[in-house]
Write a protein that binds this ligand. Structure first.
Ligand SMILES: Nc1ncnc2c1ncn2[C@@H]1O[C@H](COP(=O)(O)OP(=O)(O)OP(=O)(O)O)[C@@H](O)[C@H]1O
Ligand SMILES: [Mg+2]
Length: 662
């Protein structure tokens, strides 16, 4: 730590030495610079991938849909306007990669660039794409015969990160300054009053001693506490317990994670535990089933909202009545005046009601869940929370983490630096780059009493766990007795047989002539033969009685996810309540989650031994640790074993008799 020189401030909390000031200024100036570089790299990529291309090429690359017909317009309960587009005659749309949650620009042939309006993809299938817009749309929308949708850049994230970094860097006093100084090793964190462990009753009675200790230490911590550990060791479960303890003690909590998938997972777990929670975010980016827990839906569902609707209807009736009278020439000046007053009164009433609803919903939102970016929403930044809890903290860059952290009383982070790192385009690595997360920084500066490592995992069969434990955790990960030997065959309704009694299989497709292909316009890959094989394996599991919802199908490549989706689900959209479907998604979307059975499609199969981003072994660590009772990995050993990691993986499969030729 830097040697302290003369103090420039008097109050103890606000005391900085010149050296401290220098460290702070240098660090935050560096973060701003890194952010600018990253933004420029992303802009450049956007320019070459999208803007520099002709519209037709953009469409071929899946980043645009042209010559669409406007099918319908309607409002969501949250007041967004939904516009649905497709080809005339209901023809199939080409393969496209405008995903739910992506920002799109709506335009029409011949329309000036500045007249375009920005919306968000809300729903999609092969014949129709629905985009959500702010309620007021320009007059040309609805009048044109054909429309174009183009992928747009999303600038909000950078703006919010920059603002957060500036705030954290400039803070002179208060908790933000304190947390910042702790993160830079300039101050030591504190514990508050001890919690009487004997009198504390846990909501989750399953928690083991280390997990309980984590909960208690977090409750005692005044500034910061860290939970780290390998997959399945209960990091998220411990966070959920803390949230429940905090809420029942009347404290407020902001829960944040870098991805919508991880936030949805937290919301889902809280709801299953019977805890009220308010999810912030664009409903288009939130799993349909969970949308009713969003702030905007709660506003609409409030009992007072019906009175607003009644008042609106009454206002409309009064206007019509007045028009009729006027047509008959039966309107006196007094009548007009009385009517105006009535309408004014109703409008005032509605304004008051809206503000009342807003306050009611906000007041009842003790537990708020939002991604890091959304936690920079002005509504959230208008308040502070007793706790800020960050899950998947190893996946967030430092600037992103500061967005929710600015609202904190105390901060609790959970993560694992051997799982997915932050998504950063710039090639820089190491401590001076955005890859060095705030979670790692805290981990490096905090004393042992401010962090805990969990080591017993409650998810995987021990054979599924074995490779990850060896490769990433120095063989220290252990499986609890309850899950050490659990198999699909032990599940209710599942037939016992070879395929349900095997916890782990590596299915080698080498020599079969399976061919990877590059998706036109994106650098993503797919492998149709491999996808067909995975679809067959999936069907076998279902035939053996495993429920589709107990199965996850994962690929590191988005194009393969699309291909698998199409093969297995056809045009069924995900997430319809009550529908039994498997989940098919990218590795990134599965971080933090689990399924009874997981099928992993590795895609890469070529003579050059080119394995692209399969070489990011931390992504593979996530993929290989999502299964509870069965993990099947399908891949081409000849291609992937170019990397020693996969050689080890195949050797491990052979050692545990899990190797099969497809
Ligand atoms: N003490 C426990 N007893 C029984 N089951 C537990 C216990 N702790 C956690 N679990 C279960 O273990 C599984 C994994 O837990 P959890 O998702 O909290 O782990 P995690 O450390 O957050 O994993 P990841 O690193 O993948 O995010 C879950 O099904 C959870 O309910
Ligand atoms: Mg977790």
């Amino acid at each position: 730590m830097a040697k302290r020189k003369s103090a420039v401030r008097v109050r103890d909390e606000d005391r900085y030495s010149i050296n401290d000031e220098e460290i702070i200024t240098r660090h935050f100036a560096n973060l701003i610079r890194l952010l600018k570089e990253e933004e420029a790299a992303e802009e450049k990529r956007f320019q070459t991938d999208i803007l520099d291309r002709k519209p037709e090429d953009r469409e071929k690359g899946g980043k645009a849909l042209l010559w669409l017909e406007l099918y319908s317009q309607h409002y969501t309960p949250a007041g967004q306007k939904l516009l649905s587009f497709g080809y005339s005659g209901g023809r199939w749309l080409p393969r496209y990669s405008l995903d739910v949650g992506d920002v799109v620009a709506l335009s029409a042939p011949g329309l000036a660039r500045e007249d375009r309006c920005r919306g968000t993809v809300y729903e999609k299938n092969r014949k129709e794409i629905v985009a959500a817009f702010q309620a007021r749309l320009p007059a040309w929308v609805g009048r044109e015969n054909t429309y174009h949708l183009n992928k747009e850049e999303n600038k909000t994230t950078y703006e919010r990160m920059q603002e957060a970094v500036r705030d954290a860097g400039h803070a002179r006093h208060g908790q933000v300054a304190r947390l910042r100084n702790i993160s830079l090793g300039l101050k030591k964190p504190d514990f508050g009053d001890p919690v009487d462990a004997k009198r504390l009753s846990f909501f989750d009675t399953r928690l083991n001693d280390s997990q309980k200790k984590a909960v208690i230490s977090a409750m005692e911590a005044k500034d910061v506490f860290l939970i780290h550990g390998p997959p399945g060791t209960g990091k998220t479960s411990v966070l959920l317990e803390m949230i429940r303890q905090a809420r029942h003690a009347g404290q407020s909590v902001l829960v944040s994670a870098p991805s919508n998938a991880a936030c949805d997972h937290l919301v889902n777990s809280l709801i299953e535990a019977g805890e009220p929670v308010t999810r912030f975010g664009n409903p288009a980016r939130i799993t349909e089933r969970l949308r009713k827990h969003t702030f905007s839906y709660k506003l609409v569902e409030n009992s007072l909202a019906r009175q607003i609707e009644k008042n609106e209807t009454e206002i409309e009736r009064l206007f019509k009545q007045n028009d009729r009278r006027r047509e008959r020439g039966a309107n006196s000046w007094d009548d007009e005046k009385a009517l105006r007053e009535q309408i004014h009164a109703l409008r005032d009433d509605n304004r008051a009601l809206k503000s009342e609803i807003f306050h009611q919903v906000w007041k009842e939102s003790d537990v708020v869940v939002a991604t890091h970016t959304v936690s920079g929403d002005p509504l959230i930044t208008s308040r502070t929370f007793d706790w800020v809890i960050l899950d998947e903290a190893g996946q967030a860059t430092e600037p992103a983490s500061w967005i929710p952290m600015r609202r904190a009383g105390k901060v609790i982070m959970a993560g694992d630096h051997c799982q997915l790192p932050p998504t950063v385009i710039s090639p820089k690595t190491g401590r001076e780059s955005l890859c060095y997360t705030l979670f790692e920084r805290f981990h490096d500066v905090l004393q042992a009493s401010f962090k805990i490592r969990l080591e017993v995992q409650y998810r995987m069969h021990e054979t599924i766990m074995g490779f990850s434990s060896r490769e990433f955790y120095e063989k220290k990960l252990t499986a609890h007795a309850q899950n050490r030997g659990h198999l699909l065959a032990d599940l209710k309704g599942v037939q016992a047989g070879e395929e349900t009694k095997t916890p782990f299989v590596f299915l080698d497709t080498a020599g079969l002539g399976f061919e990877e292909k590059e998706e036109e316009g994106t650098s993503s890959r797919f492998n149709e033969e491999e996808a067909r094989l995975v679809a067959r394996l999936y069907a076998d599991l279902v035939k053996a009685g495993v429920r589709p919802s107990q199965i996850g199908i994962i690929s590191p490549y988005k194009a393969q996810v699309k291909c698998l989706h199409q093969l297995i689900l056809g045009n069924i959209s995900e997430d319809v309540e009550g529908q039994e479907i498997p989940e098919i998604d990218s590795v990134d979307a599965f971080q933090g989650r689990e399924k009874e059975a997981i099928l992993v499609a590795l895609v890469r199969s070529n003579l050059k031994g080119d394995i692209g981003f399969l070489s990011d072994t931390r992504r593979m660590n996530v993929a290989l640790t999502r299964a509870k009772r069965q993990l099947i990995v399908v891949g081409d050993s000849a291609t992937i074993s170019i990397l020693p990691f996969y050689k080890d993986f195949i050797r491990y499969a052979e050692t545990v008799q899990a190797y099969r030729s497809a």
